[in-house]
Ligand binder design. Structure first.
Ligand code: 0PR
Length: 386
């Protein structure tokens, strides 16, 4: 009897949760076309659950989880051609990695000015507010990349960092990172690369012979690179890595931890789940570099298909896509996005660029695009875009 009561309570709560969940959009429905996340690979789900109680903030209790984390870090360092001196930190995602990178560069250089492109993610506005730094914004060129010719005159004796984006949030563009690297070597400036999205795309596009600039540690001026596994890494939320060129720099962002198992702890978080680490390790092991390459190839295939279909109905892109992110030029993106929501599609409106964003993540297939395009055309006609 008692056991029955307990079970009832258990299922009642799960039912309530299901009601909440039923209100959500899902990746599997194919309706989400504007997110940089996707349905995690199935192995990520099993791996995540297995490590639910683990805490990387107390590694002596979980040495196995710690060992797995070190292996995952090696995967990232290898992917980004890092030197032997390199290290890294695993955290919750792109925002945390950007915060950590700027925190590190500020302490290392004892300077407070950070040069960013106009396309930088809004996390830098948070960083400015948290960290008492000055942001200097560089306009974009006609390709929507940081205008390199405008940088030198913005450098001063207070410049700590330049940030380059490898896969911008709005359009997936890549800043001229080889040139930024040269400038940072010349002027002795910390160069952080925000590859939250592109870090899991660019290395594989290069393997597929796409002509893209270098963006990683093969460039001597690059100091740190952030990448998110919960974006194109096909893993579960939340996982971001920050690869750091010199292990010795970690002391700049470490504190003593007197009452837990490690003597010092680097980075922002203390208690940290091993779940997302296990999920990402498992996906990386399952897919390997070849598997990611195939995934990126599929996404690019759908991207090119979508570009063609968009042109066919008489709309234009903001810029030729570099990766699987498209900006569709519109006079009134908010109105079109709203109509599309009425039809059950979720895209992002980008008022600043007078466009909507479509991200061709692994869950988006050509069949989904075939269903979407007539609705896009209808929405545009209704608000007199076409
Ligand atoms: N850097 C870049 C280049 C990004 O695009 C993002 C997020 C971040 C940093 C911050 O990453 P976290 O959100 O992991 O802290 N860009 C996505 C965007 O704004 C985030 C996102 C993902 C938004 C999924 C919506 C969504 O459904 O589009």
């Amino acid at each position: 009897m008692k056991q029955n009561k307990k079970e009832n309570k258990h299922y009642k709560i799960l039912n309530e949760l299901q009601n909440y969940r039923d209100k959500d959009f899902t990746f599997s429905s194919g309706q989400i076309l504007g997110s940089m996340c996707t349905q995690p690979h199935t192995i990520a789900i099993d791996a995540y659950i297995k490590f639910l109680e683990t805490n990387l903030g107390d590694p002596e209790l979980f040495p196995g989880t710690k060992e797995m984390e070190s292996k995952l870090l090696s995967f990232f360092l290898n992917l980004f051609n890092a030197p032997k001196s390199a290290t890294g930190l695993i955290g919750s995602g792109g925002t945390e990695s950007n915060i950590t990178a700027i925190w590190l560069s500020k302490n290392l250089t004892k300077k407070k000015e950070v040069i960013i492109p106009e396309s930088a993610h809004f996390s830098f506005e948070k960083i400015k507010s948290i960290m008492d730094i000055k942001l200097i914004t560089i306009p974009l060129n006609k390709n929507y990349c940081m205008d390199i010719s405008k940088i030198r005159k913005k450098i001063s004796k207070d410049t700590a960092t330049i940030v380059g984006i490898a896969g911008s949030t709005e359009l997936g563009t890549i800043d001229p990172i080889p040139e930024l690297s040269e400038i940072c070597i010349d002027e002795n400036i910390f160069l952080h690369i925000d590859a939250a999205f592109g870090g899991f795309v660019i290395p594989f596009l290069k393997e597929l012979d796409y002509d893209l600039p270098d963006f990683d540690f093969s460039l001597k001026g690059v100091s740190s690179i952030s990448v998110d596994a919960h974006k194109m890494g096909f893993s579960a939320i939340p996982l971001g890595a920050l690869a750091i060129k010199e292990n010795k720099w970690l002391s700049e962002i470490s504190v003593e931890t007197p009452y837990i198992s490690s003597k010092k702890q680097a980075g922002i978080l203390a208690t940290r789940s091993g779940g997302p680490v296990a999920a990402t390790y498992a996906v990386a092991k399952y897919l390997g570099k070849k598997g990611y390459e195939n995934l990126v190839k599929r996404c690019m295939n759908v991207t090119e298909y979508t570009e063609g279909k968009i042109n066919e109905i008489g709309l234009n892109l903001v810029v030729k896509p570099t990766m699987n992110v498209l900006g569709v030029k519109l006079k009134n993106p908010s109105k079109v996005a709203k109509k599309l929501t009425d039809y059950g599609w979720k895209v992002n409106k980008m008022d600043r660029l007078s466009s909507i964003r479509i991200v061709l993540m692994p869950h988006v297939t050509k069949e989904i695009i075939d269903n979407f395009i007539p609705d896009l055309e209808k929405a545009c006609r209704e608000v007199r875009e076409l």
